[in-house]
Design a binder for this molecule. Structure first.
Ligand code: ARG
Ligand code: ZN
Length: 875
């Protein structure tokens, strides 16, 4: 049954304190929870107390120290109900037991590599003990953990350590942790095991010394340096930029190798998928380093945006996630190149969020209903949610935004609150009406903004006819115009921005035009010559823009726009248009002759000495196959897209062979590796050069790639070369795979990459290869990272093979979903979302996709997680 936003009711009871006593054992952990419960004002005495459970095993209870008659309560796997609780505040003691070993869902208390850990967001705490497991019930937690000394040398909980010691006469010991900050149950965590750690410390702006520790499996300590460095930089940055200071004596991070998502912001005890902690040059790519920095920051920033101020209910998830993603994006922008970060973030938004927003899984940033909340940890809530916060900043300016944030922290510290309350802070702090802006939280779908421009030389006016609209979506037939901030520039013939004497037809704030109507006419006055229009600079709103600019104007923008994002965008727009044309040619088996003028634009970029290498690498990268598919939108033929893209790449490679060759010759042969952004940018550019060199089809290419593979002294270069060897089916590809495997077989994060390279190869027998790899001794369907490295990488990163005409790709993924579902429904449901764009495929392929979905839908005992996704996909 669906849960609806408008049905929200506060809980009838408060739980002021939670005292947990946890006796660890692999298959029978005993949990005693002592809850101080108090009736909320206005609630009738005797109102039943209803607590959530989920496969929870009840072993006993007491109210104010007394047992209850069996008829006085109901206890089963799903709930504990006290029919007539005392009218006055009382303590409820509940005993349950948990089997961590058998917990394959990785929600609640489970074991990973022999260590105990927890994941409680969104609804995992109820799998440990019965509780009002909802984010608006805030309690002060004290956790006592007891375990055998041999297996659980380390015992960690939320908050500060209070006490620890041996249990006399036994082989067991205990530790007590106390978290003074009231928090919802989803932020509870505990960890126990034989873990090694690295330590450091940080002194906050008000002088609090915080002990920082990162716990990992023994032997991995030397791979924590980057994560620790990122943590300290995050702590400093949050003080400097948002005035947010840390509030406990310790901050602990634990890396585990079995984790459903990326990481979790539990108060004072963040738990991470180890792929977002562990790094060294041998095994981590530049992208891995950047991801670690971003995820460490993200989880740390949650301490204020998520923990100190949390969500009233799960509909408000974007209150913490969108905001925290925005904060981590800003952090990375300050640590690295802002332009490069912005382009990468927009690429991610377009490749993950736009398709979600255009298909059956579309939902508003703040959804109004859900059946399984875990399916709403989506690109829309996270990434589009961050874009909405960014627009708020664009709209209100840096100062206005900071004032709003300050008010939010001041007014809502300690609250479980809502998007309305968040927006009210910005509205009040800046005296701005944000009523229409709020639609960004309420409407699904990506607005399409169209612009047609006309220059009147006599009147010296440039007039724009602008429209905005959202295509109909399931459950959203119509939509209302949103406030769309369009950052713009007018560029004169010499490449410098010019200004209009006056702008009419829309409100303008600085260089931002505010669109507020379904259609409006905007006029720029006092322009002697027709300027070239640069719209949506910095991607100032998460929209699709159709600006109807011609080749000459786009080429001009690619050369001259002072806004780096739009310079990059101009190249992308040109390339996309050409790729769509080539795709249609490929589909009807026509000629794949690439337009020279487009090939030349890449030459201009290559030879521009003023461009940052990282930017250049991004500009040289053609839109991906999924991007092209999304732009085409219907009757998609992935084979034609692939052929078109390869033809374009070969043409660029062949035309600029000398330039790519020169780039490769200059590529830094650094002695010591450094993961900083500038070095990473150089490596990214060298990788592009190598790729184009390979695709130019010269006889020297295979040796060159093989050589690059052998010479690589870091993972970025090695995996780049390996990918080319395998994906282009070059000689010695198999030998390179074998080399890589023997070099890295004991490092699972590196081996994940080995699986992914093969999963994403576009070869005709790509699917057969993936199937064969499922029988590989190192493949393990039960480890989420390993599953994703092969199966999900295939489904999301191998368009041609997943969407094969014979339907075998879909059938295979359907089988995997059905195998996974009974074991780990969250991970299975996530995999299943790869079907979300099935209706946009050409006839036969979409029929096969539908068949695969129907087969899943017919499965007996399908989880609620997968049921929800499959139903929405088929609706
Ligand atoms: N709050 C975590 C983060 O964004 C994500 C945890 C999601 N977990 C889940 N099971 N849905 O940092
Ligand atoms: Zn988060």
């Amino acid at each position: 049954a669906a849960i609806h936003l408008e049905d929200y009711q506060p809980a009838p009871y408060h739980i002021d304190t939670v005292d947990l006593d946890i006796h660890l054992a692999p298959t029978a952990t005993q949990v005693k929870a002592t809850l101080a419960i108090r009736r909320r004002d206005g609630v009738a005495p005797g109102t039943p107390l209803w607590l959530n459970g989920d496969e929870t095993a009840f072993t006993g209870l007491a109210v104010n120290g007394q047992g209850l008659e069996e008829s006085a309560y109901t206890a089963n796997e799903r709930e504990l109900v006290i029919h007539t609780p005392p009218a006055e505040p009382f303590t409820l003691e509940v005993r349950t037991w948990v089997n961590p070993e058998a917990n394959t869902q990785l929600s609640g208390l489970y074991r990973s590599s022999g260590n105990y850990c927890t994941q409680c967001e969104a609804e995992g705490f109820r799998r440990i003990t019965y509780f009002l497991d909802r984010p608006d019930v805030l309690s002060v937690y004290t956790t006592r953990i007891e375990g055998p000394k041999a297996d659980t040398q380390v015992l960690l909980g939320n908050g500060n350590p209070v006490e620890s010691g041996d249990i006399p006469g036994t082989d067991r010991h205990y530790a007590i942790w106390h978290d003074p900050h009231p928090k919802p149950s989803y932020l509870f965590a505990m960890v126990a095991g034989n873990l090694a750690h690295v330590s450091d410390s940080f002194v906050t702006s008000s002088g609090r010394k915080v002990d920082l520790k990162i716990y990992v499996e023994p032997g991995k300590e030397d791979r924590c340096d980057w994560a620790m460095d990122s943590l300290k930089r995050s702590m400093k940055w949050d003080e400097d930029v948002f005035g947010c200071e840390y509030d406990l004596d310790v901050f602990n991070i634990v890396a585990v190798s079995d984790f459903n998502m990326g990481a979790m912001e539990n108060k004072g005890l963040n738990i991470f998928n180890d792929k977002y902690v562990l790094a060294d040059p041998e095994t981590a790519t530049d992208q891995d380093y950047a991801n670690i920095e971003a995820v460490i920051a993200h989880e740390y920033f949650h301490n204020w945006t998520g923990n100190r101020i949390t969500c009233r209910d799960w509909f408000q998830l974007c209150l913490k996630e969108g905001l925290t993603v925005f904060r981590d994006q800003e952090f990375s922008s300050d640590m690295r190149s802002r332009a490069v970060k912005r382009i990468s973030d927009v690429r991610l938004l377009r490749s993950h969020q736009f398709p979600e927003d255009a298909g059956p899984l579309a939902h508003p940033v703040r959804p109004r209903q859900y059946t399984e909340i875990n399916n709403f940890y989506t690109a829309t809530v996270y990434e589009k949610g961050a874009e909405v916060v960014r627009m708020l900043k664009t709209l209100l300016g840096d100062d206005g935004f900071r004032k709003g944030m300050d008010l939010y922290f001041q007014r809502h510290d300690g609250d479980a609150t809502t998007i309305e309350a968040f927006l009210a802070c910005f509205s009040e702090a800046t005296s701005t009406d944000l009523g229409q802006f709020a639609r960004w939280y309420e409407q699904a779908g990506t607005p399409l903004v169209t612009v047609k421009s006309q220059f009147d030389a006599t009147a010296q006016e440039l007039t724009l006819d602008i429209t905005q609209s959202i295509a109909p979506l399931p459950g959203q037939a119509t939509s209302q115009p949103a406030v769309i901030p369009i950052r713009f520039g007018l560029i004169g013939q010499d490449g410098a921005d010019v200004t209009a004497s006056r702008i009419t037809g829309a409100e303008v704030r600085g260089d931002v035009l505010l669109l507020t109507k379904a259609s409006q006419k905007v006029t720029f006055h006092g322009l002697e010559h027709r300027p070239v229009l640069s719209l949506l600079r910095g991607f100032s709103a998460p929209v699709r823009l159709e600006a109807h600019q011609n080749l000459a104007d786009l080429t001009f923008l690619a050369r001259h726009d002072s806004d780096p994002f739009n310079r990059w965008q101009a190249v992308q727009t040109l390339a996309t248009q050409e790729l769509i044309r080539l795709t249609h040619e490929a589909h009807k088996k026509g000629s794949l002759e690439v337009d020279d003028r487009l090939v030349e634009i890449f030459g201009t970029i290559l030879s521009d000495q003023g461009l940052d290498p990282a930017f250049k690498a991004l500009a040289l990268d053609l839109p991906g196959e999924a991007d092209i598919a999304r732009e085409i939108g219907k009757n998609v033929d992935p084979d034609a897209i692939h052929a078109a893209r390869m033809a374009f790449r070969s043409a660029i490679g062949a035309a600029h062979l000398a330039a790519f060759h020169a780039l490769l010759a200059d590529a830094p042969q650094e002695g010591t590796f450094s993961p900083d952004a500038a070095s990473a940018g150089k490596r990214a550019l060298a990788a592009q050069a190598l790729g184009y060199f390979a695709d130019a089809g010269t006889p020297a290419a295979p040796d060159k790639v093989w050589h690059a593979f052998q010479q690589a002294n870091n993972m970025t270069d090695r995996i780049g070369a390996l990918t080319l060897l395998v994906h282009r089916n070059l000689p010695r590809a198999e030998q390179a795979l074998a080399d890589f495997r023997s070099r890295h077989s004991d490092n699972s994060l590196a081996m994940d990459k080995w699986f992914t390279v093969q999963a994403t190869t576009p070869a005709k027998d790509g699917l057969e290869r993936v199937k064969a790899l499922t029988a590989h001794p190192l493949f393990d369907m039960t480890n989420p990272n390993r599953m994703r490295s092969l199966i999900q990488a295939f489904a999301t990163g191998n368009h041609v093979q997943f969407a094969r005409k014979d339907g075998e790709g879909f059938a295979f993924i359907a089988d995997c979903v059905m195998t996974l579902d009974p074991r780990n429904p969250q991970v299975a449901a996530r995999l299943l979302t790869c079907f979300r764009s099935w209706r946009s495929l050409e006839g036969e392929r979409s029929k096969h996709a539908e068949k695969a979905l129907l087969r899943i839908s017919a499965m007996e005992k399908l989880s609620r997680d997968c049921r929800d996704i499959v139903d929405r996909c088929l609706q």
